[in-house]
Design a protein around this ligand. Structure first.
Ligand SMILES: NC(=O)c1ccc[n+]([C@@H]2O[C@H](COP(=O)([O-])OP(=O)(O)OC[C@H]3O[C@@H](n4cnc5c(N)ncnc54)[C@H](OP(=O)(O)O)[C@@H]3O)[C@@H](O)[C@H]2O)c1
Length: 256
């Protein structure tokens, strides 16, 4: 395959990731129920939450490991490529090796949802790592470009918001509890789904820093999946808690 054709296939995979995001958004809006508090018996067999989260996110670590060790990965001798791949891997080290083991009383995950997440992580792990390791060409000055610096800062801010907010949710439950309470503090004072706000900021930061179809496709996917879920959470809190703060928006402070 020529280089142009190979780059073309990376772009096709990016369109696929964006398309999958839009499909998830439509399905979530139509079918509604999915996992966690919104899970439905219609989804059939389930897996324990910790196991499902650890395994389904793992391809975003293992596939990049394969790409880095078993392909030429010649672009990783350049700082921008190396830093961007490190950003992606750091997120998934947290998501698949730390986050699952901290979950308190998390609901089981339907096998269908688990398999979809596993396949998506395999596809996206391949797309991002293959693009950064073997195709993306940046000038050496890219690390000083305002887009790269702003994008990396956004990624870091988003990741801190995401981890801090997931921690607030986790601490709403004492060990052994499985119920729900109104989250307070941090960005939760402004939005229902502060952990999702952080995740969305993270991936737009990555998209800006990588200035690529591949990055923007993943940010779009995350926006579609998490905005639909945040909307479900928001409606659920309003129905469940009479004293739920009316001022809170869904996912973007003051706006939505
Ligand atoms: N990049 C992507 O496309 C993507 C997609 C999905 C998720 N994620 C990320 O994965 C992480 C987890 O996602 P999620 O959908 O599971 O988040 P979530 O619905 O907010 O739940 C996170 C955890 O907190 C618990 N929890 C939530 N609200 C609670 C409350 N009011 N009281 C007590 N416990 C509460 C949940 O328990 P239960 O399980 O019992 O509800 C679950 O264990 C997030 O950081 C998210 O950003 C990323």
């Amino acid at each position: 395959m020529t280089l142009a054709a190979e780059i073309g296939s990376m772009e096709m995979l990016s369109f696929l990731v964006g398309f999958l995001g839009l499909t998830c958004w439509v399905l979530r809006s139509v079918v509604g129920r999915c996992y966690g508090r919104h899970a439905s018996a219609r989804f059939g067999l389930t897996l324990p939450g910790k196991l499902a989260w650890a395994v389904q996110e793992l391809p975003c670590l293992l596939v990049p490991l394969y790409v880095v060790t078993c392909t030429p990965a010649q672009r990783l001798s350049h700082w921008p490529n190396l830093i961007l791949l490190a950003i992606f891997i750091i997120h998934y080290l947290q998501r698949s090796l730390i986050f699952p083991f901290l979950i308190r009383g998390g609901k089981p995950v339907p096998i269908l949802v688990f398999l979809s997440a596993f396949m998506f992580c395999t596809l996206n792990g391949y797309l991002q790592s293959q693009y950064l390791s073997n195709y993306a060409v940046y000038s050496e000055n890219w690390v000083k470009d305002p887009r790269f610096i702003t994008g990396c800062a956004m990624w870091l801010l988003g990741m801190l918001i995401n981890i801090y907010s997931d921690n607030i949710l986790r601490n709403l439950r004492k060990p052994g509890e499985t119920g729900y309470k109104i989250p307070r503090g941090g960005l939760f004072e402004y939005v229902t789904a502060a952990n999702f706000s952080g995740e969305v900021i993270e991936w737009y930061g990555y998209a800006l820093a990588s200035w690529s179809f591949e990055g923007i496709a993943f940010a779009l996917f995350t926006t579609c999946v998490l905005s639909a879920r945040a909307q479900q959470h928001h409606r659920w809190y309003l129905e469940k808690f009479e004293d739920y703060p009316k001022f809170r928006k869904v996912i973007i402070p003051f706006l939505y």
